[in-house]
Ligand binder design. Structure first.
Ligand SMILES: *Cc1c(COP(=O)(O)O)cnc(C)c1O
Length: 233
């Protein structure tokens, strides 16, 4: 089976297991333009990148008009580029970052949909706002003119057994419902982005409607296959 056939088969299998309203973001880091274009043709819903440099390099090589999602930690000095490259930023986790995204969006007359990233496992080495600080952050940034908060995203701790991720998805869903109920101006809680290759089914059971899939779509990444990477952003 060729790489292209394998990606198509993987996507068909994943999609068969998804409810119709779930948005499948292909987590495309380290993948070739051919691989990403195959996934686009096969019917993914959006393209996700973690690094600005890689997204910038790939943008002209990737066909079609799908939305691009920033799914990695975003540094403030990269926001101008991010606003050019992406149609959604899933990883807003501070007021300073939100202010910069708003400022750069104003500069190019763009309204940027964003998700608030929740550090649902309260892991000190992970980005994201702590669950208890999420509403406070949203209340400090909801007035920004060119940024619209459309939901939440979480990674959650990585486990061998995806069932162990369930409590963290549940925490994030609880915050999502709470914010939705609160009806804050400038906030439209539509999207809950959680779940990756090994955990997306559980994430969907807990209310996810965006999933970010790399390995299950494209296969193991080179770093895991011990093939040295030539470029690293
Ligand atoms: C790589 C990545 C994913 C996908 O991970 P897989 O386990 O390969 O499916 C999802 N979300 C983020 C933020 C990622 O960096």
């Amino acid at each position: 089976m060729t790489d292209s056939e394998r990606i198509k088969r993987n996507l068909t299998e994943i999609k068969q297991s998804l409810p119709p309203d779930v948005v499948l973001v292909a987590a495309a880091k380290t993948r070739s333009a051919d691989e990403v274009n195959t996934a686009v043709t096969a019917g993914i819903d959006a393209i996700g990148y973690n690094y600005i440099q890689e997204a910038e390099r790939m943008r002209p090589l990737v066909e079609g008009t799908l939305p691009w999602h920033m799914i990695g930690h975003l540094q403030r000095n990269k926001v101008k580029k991010a606003v050019e490259l992406f149609d959604m930023i899933e990883t807003i986790d501070s007021e300073r970052l939100a202010l910069e995204v708003n400022k750069q969006s104003v500069a190019v007359d763009k309204v940027m949909p964003v998700l608030i990233e929740i550090n649902s496992g309260k892991e000190s080495n992970k980005s994201g706002v702590l669950p208890e600080d999420a509403i406070g952050l949203i209340r400090r940034i909801n007035h920004l003119s060119n940024l619209v908060i459309v939901g939440l995203m979480t990674m959650g701790p990585r486990f061998g057994d995806p069932e162990d991720a369930r409590p963290y998805y549940r925490i994030t869903k609880r915050i999502f419902d709470e914010i939705k109920k609160t009806e804050i101006p400038g906030v439209e809680m539509c999207y809950l982005s959680m779940g990756m290759s090994n955990s997306y089914q559980i994430a969907i059971e807990e209310g996810a409607n965006i999933i970010r899939i790399g390995t299950a779509l494209f296969g193991e990444r080179a770093e895991k296959r011990n093939i040295p990477l030539i470029t690293r952003n």
